[in-house]
Design a protein around this ligand. Structure first.
Ligand code: SF4
Length: 376
């Protein structure tokens, strides 16, 4: 049980002195700190990494290349079991058409996110990614898979995580995101996602990705039935993982001083659970709760450069996250997984960017494809 003997002014003094807050401090902030304090403390930590008023954005689409999945997470409205009506796998031509459309809309980043499809071999993925690299070169960049899919793929191919990462690298893969993490506590996984993986496996796979030279990121999803203690445990595990990479000299001790080109967890993206048409069901959390969580994440994750706010799940109001410590956001074109569970997407990018400006920020397009070895 987390209890803190700190007061708000003790915690504020720690942050001003650039000291870390503890899990107990985080719980205290969550329970006791008014919104205005959450904003100002998060902005203080944000200013260590980014100029006040500066923010960046990406234009991207998620391509859901298959919806066939055997993991059966109870919070998912997207998957079909093998053999079930409605299951699909996209052809290369269908993927290319989506990529062409993305480029035509000014985007240059795509994330692939599908399911644990036992009919797809490692060769399917390598062929797809090699074909994309050959066809598009450096005109776009892609997040090849989430860690969750990568783990399934490696197991299915009977390969170690390192060996599977090497095969993907040879096919032109540079990035595998931290997606599929949801809430990183073993108890949460047992409650909702028992066929997926353990938390220990998740970090073992992510470490193998870093060791193999692939780039990755941290993610989180809130708003299921998790407790605040579980949210804080997720943040603690993420911060500790980044620390472990730093102490093993796998990345620079100072992501900012190093220009972040070698920061392993290059960003942290949190989005919210959409409960519609899922087995778990439930009620969406409010945007206010999401914004407070963003602030807590910015304060807690003092070794991660970017905190990203989720336009995909919070729409225009996600941009208020810039006032709560976030510095980066996506302008998404498509993501079937969240859309099937209730997310709506606005393609009025001008309006979204205007909202960021109204809030006092100058958004700059972050072209991942033009410099894949730059921070993303
Ligand atoms: S969340 Fe992902 S792993 Fe879980 S059932 Fe849905 S597609 Fe499968």
């Amino acid at each position: 049980m987390l209890t803190s003997s700190s007061t708000l002014s003790d915690i504020r003094a720690k942050i001003t002195a650039r000291e870390r807050i503890s899990s107990e401090d985080a719980l205290y902030l969550w329970r006791e700190a008014p919104d205005a304090d959450m904003r100002s403390l998060a902005s203080q930590v944000r200013a260590r990494f980014h100029s006040p008023g500066a923010c960046t954005y990406l234009v991207m689409r998620i391509i859901n290349y298959t919806n066939v999945c055997v993991a059966q997470c109870d919070y998912c409205a997207f998957y079909k079991l093998p053999g079930q009506d409605g299951g699909y796998v996209l052809t290369h031509e269908q993927v290319f058409a989506k990529l062409d459309e993305l480029l035509a809309m000014g985007g240059d980043l795509v994330g692939f996110n599908g399911g644990f499809n036992p009919q797809l071999s490692l060769d399917y993925y390598c062929d797809l990614f090699r074909a994309i690299r050959q066809r598009y070169g450096e005109r776009l960049e892609f997040y090849a898979l989430t860690i969750a899919e990568f783990m399934y793929l490696a197991d299915h191919a009977n390969l170690s995580y390192l060996a599977a990462a090497e095969r993907l690298k040879q096919a032109g893969v540079r990035w595998i995101t931290g997606g599929g993490s949801e809430i990183l506590t073993e108890d949460f996984r047992r409650r909702h996602s028992k066929f997926k993986y353990t938390v220990a496996d998740y970090f073992a796979a992510q470490r193998a990705l870093v060791e193999s030279g692939l780039r990755t990121s941290a993610t989180m999803v809130i708003g299921f039935d998790e407790t605040i203690e579980e949210r804080i445990e997720h943040l603690e595990r993420t911060r500790a993982f980044q620390d472990s990479l730093i102490s093993a000299s796998l990345i620079s001790a100072s992501p900012v001083a190093a220009g972040s080109t070698d920061s392993a967890l290059s960003s942290f993206l949190c989005w919210t659970y959409k409960p519609y048409f899922t087995q778990l069901g439930g009620i969406e959390i409010t945007t206010s709760e999401y914004l407070r969580h963003l602030a807590l994440s910015r304060i807690y994750l003092d070794n991660i450069l970017r905190i990203r706010t989720s336009v995909l799940t919070q729409n225009e109001r996600a941009l208020e996250g810039l006032l709560y410590g976030a510095d980066d956001f996506d302008l998404p074109i498509e993501d079937e997984v969240t859309q099937l569970a209730g997310a709506t997407i606005s393609l009025n990018f001008d309006q979204l960017l205007a909202t960021a400006r109204t809030l006092g920020f100058t958004p700059t397009y972050r072209h991942v494809a033009s410099g894949w070895n730059q921070p993303a």
